[in-house]
Structure formats: C-alpha cells, structure tokens
Design a protein around this ligand. Structure first.
Ligand SMILES: Nc1ncnc2c1ncn2[C@@H]1O[C@H](COP(=O)(O)OP(=O)(O)OP(=O)(O)O)[C@@H](O)[C@H]1O
Length: 214
C-alpha cells in the first residue's frame, strides 16, 4: 500500500497553508508530521485520508501496481482525530458492534475483546456520552488500531490521555507497526501521525516538519 502526493497544496480563502508537498508514504513504515499550531498537520492528514479536497497537485493510493479510486480510499483508512466524534447515544458494546458492520475488526477481535483491549471492559454497557474525555480518546484510538485497514492515521493521539493511557497508546502503536510476519491476511500497515508531543512518535523513523512546505 502506498500514498503518493505530487505537488500538493491547500489554500483556505487567500491563504496557502502548504504548497508543493511531494511524498511517497509506504506501508511497513510510519511518518509523523510535526510543526507549530496552525502549520497544517490536521489539514494535510485529512487530505491524505481523502476527506478534504486539494487546492492543487495530485494524490494517489496504490496497492501493488493498482491505482485505487478516490471513492474507495475510505475503505483503506482508519482515522482517529479530535474533530471526529463518536456516536454518544450508543453504549460501548453497541458502538463496537455497529462499527464492525462497516469496518470489520482484525481477525480474532470481537467487540468484547476490543473493549478489554481498551481497558474498558467494565464500561461496555455505559453510553459513550457518560465516558470521560480520556475514555473517549481510547475508544477512538482503539477503532483505528483494531479495525482492518492498511492505513492508520492518528491526529494528536494522546490528547486527553493520562499517564496510563499514554503508556497504553505507546504499547498499542508499537504492536501496530511491528514488522508484518507472513501470516495470511496480515499486511504491513502505513501509520501517519500528526503531533507535537515527542512521546507520541519517538519510535517513528520519518519525522517531517510542516514548515518545509510553507
Ligand atoms: N475550514 C477552514 N477554513 C479556514 N481556515 C482553516 C480551516 N481549517 C483550518 N484552517 C486554517 O488552516 C491552518 C492549519 O490548520 P490545522 O488545523 O491544519 O493546523 P495544525 O498544524 O493541525 O494545528 P494544531 O497544532 O493547532 O492542531 C490554520 O491557520 C487554520 O486556521
């Protein structure tokens, strides 16, 4: 799996947020976008996820030599971000069951196992609206970690997490990017992070500063 960005730029009203982004992002590796507040990390991640239009340039998703149509990109991406909301009226069990109808969990994961992995086994029957902000953040991350998709995008992944939550994130993200072993159905992941917290990406070999595209 690969995402290619060619001369990608984004403008809001008359202001260019970034220009001439040229990247090849390849599964089996991870990439972190860093930069000051407002430098465009979230915007670029949304472009790469296919959820925002570009102003200029081209983006493509490729699997081996096959180009994937933009209408199908969402099937290949799990994204956890502060601006994406959970369905607050559902209990955790209901949310996980609903979620897997359109984005199945990885082999061996059931809603019950996912809840345990989130350290939220005790809260399976509680409505999401009664979760603390840190509990909600773990749910968002868990949906990204445990659903089947080759691309995982995490924007500000440890926001609202306490120290135990940060340790949990660090363990899960390392599991995610472990080199793929040759188990049928297990493919290498492409992990993209937007961050300003070194503890969120200290394992990541590719740290890209947004200021280079100003
Ligand atoms: N819908 C929008 N309309 C107009 N301007 C926008 C819109 N969304 C973002 N921007 C602007 O784009 C710039 C980049 O914002 P973005 O949220 O991508 O930055 P960021 O690097 O993720 O910031 P932070 O570190 O604060 O999360 C900011 O100047 C922001 O005001």
């Amino acid at each position: 799996m690969e995402i290619r960005a060619e001369q990608v730029g984004k403008k809001y009203r008359k202001e260019w947020i970034f220009r001439r982004v040229a990247l090849t992002l390849t599964a089996g590796s991870s990439y972190t976008f860093v930069g000051p507040n407002g430098s465009g990390k979230s915007t670029l991640l949304q472009l790469l996820a296919g959820s925002l239009p570009l102003t200029e340039g081209q983006l493509s998703y490729r699997q081996q030599d096959t180009v994937i149509e933009p209408d199908n990109w969402f099937r290949h991406v799990n994204i956890a971000a502060p601006y994406l909301e959970l369905v607050e009226e559902l209990s955790l069990d209901e949310l996980l069951t609903f979620h897997q109808t359109f984005k199945p969990f990885k082999a061996g994961f059931t809603p019950e196992i996912v809840a345990e992995q989130l350290l939220l086994g005790h809260a399976r029957h509680k409505e999401i609206k009664y979760f603390s902000s840190g509990m909600k953040q773990r749910v968002k991350l868990g949906l990204a970690f445990f659903s089947e998709a080759p691309i995982v995008i995490l924007d500000e992944p440890t926001s609202n997490l306490d120290r135990q939550g940060v340790a949990w994130y660090q363990e899960q993200v390392r599991q995610l990017i472990k080199p793929a072993v040759s188990i049928a159905g297990h493919s290498a992941q492409l992990l993209l992070i937007g961050s300003n917290q070194p503890e969120e990406y200290d394992f990541c070999p590719n740290v890209l500063n947004m200021t280079q595209w100003k």
